[in-house]
Design a protein around this ligand. Sequence first.
Ligand code: CA
Ligand code: CA
Ligand code: CA
Ligand code: CA
Length: 437
Amino acid sequence: MTKENLGVKSWSTGRAAWVLVLFAFVLSLSLAADKVSAHFGLSDLSANQLDKKDKKDKKEKKDKKKSDDDDDDDDDDDGKDKKKEEKSAKSDSKASVKTESKAKTNAAPNVALMAEKLEAVNATIETDPVPHGGDAADDPAIWVHPQDPSKSTIIGTDKQGGLAVYDLNGKQIQYLADGLMDNVDLRDGFKLGNETASIVAAGNRKDNSIAIYKVNPQTRQLENVAARAIKHGVTAYGMCLYRNAKVGKLYYFATSKSGDVEQWELFDSNGKVDAKQVRKFKVGSVVEGCVADDELGHFYVSEEAVGIWKYGAEPEAGDKRTQVDKVGGGNLVADVEGLAIAYGADGKGYLLVSSQGNYSYVVYRREGNNEFVKRFRVGDGSGIDGAEETDGIDVTTANLGPAFPQGVFVAQDGFNDKGNQNFKLVPLQAILKLGSE
Ligand code: CA
Ligand code: CA
Ligand code: CA
Ligand code: CA
């Protein structure tokens, strides 16, 4: 046994020696080769080749990004994620301190390092996070309770799965997993069968349909009242409603990544809501956010990379338009996203928009030529974080009780510090008392 062991040992020692000699030989060959290549500039050549390869890779990446951007079916999220990554990288040092202190992965890139420092207001309430992670919350709509305004609700889309209803404390009181709802809007006063109902509509990107509900004032929950599966002609992206204040007709505008807009009339059909297309026009490139002024008969739409356009809201208004503001030289940083109208008395009030690229909101006069008023952002408050990279917004000037006596501004928050995305609620008086620029 001992002998055998010894034998094995001496055999291994011998083999190890040979391996060493072989290794030394290979090493000397490799050193010599390096000298030769350095002498003849071969290293430079390979560096050059690498450089070319690098440039080629960059070009391919650029082309890929372009094709992503051009892809009509692709959600905006890819581009956004890249932007987020770039922003995060730029604000790396300070952001990492902030991220650590919050101990969350989804803290916003440092807004202080953004190009502009604007006056900030704070949210006093935030909603429960939407059920789905990633870029999921998108657009809110405010339902004002007809008898007790403090029982009003916020209806918010979860574009990865459905529609949520929140009370004014931000608590979720209903979730409908009905599809990929991107935008939502509502109007009161719709004659539905024998009743007068508040109609809530949303664009469902799962089957490209118009989802239609009514609000049950007792439960404050939504009930499906669509007469049938109503499919858009365009591949729907955003949407908004228009109710002609004089005659009460209700319309649904569908926006799209192709830059087309469709207008549908919604009508009662034996206590359900049906729709027919009454108009179609081309804005240009990607359009999502929109809002209609029911009293003045305007339709405003955000062309995401370009600016805000104002059209007539009636079906026969044609494609005549004026530009309210623009990206580059204006007050907006792309993407131009959600729009909302704060109705004041005598045809006055404000038009608000989310300037998503610099985490801010811009305010214009509602009347006349929509004169620019001011910009603001929703900053980190005590206990509730700010709203960044906002998609959809909504606003009301109605008294919603003690929490929001002069109305409320609601903004989707792209970076909620505690969990999935959600919506932030800001008392409207905080925004209105900000100075004008
Ligand atoms: Ca988003
Ligand atoms: Ca968008
Ligand atoms: Ca959106
Ligand atoms: Ca936030």
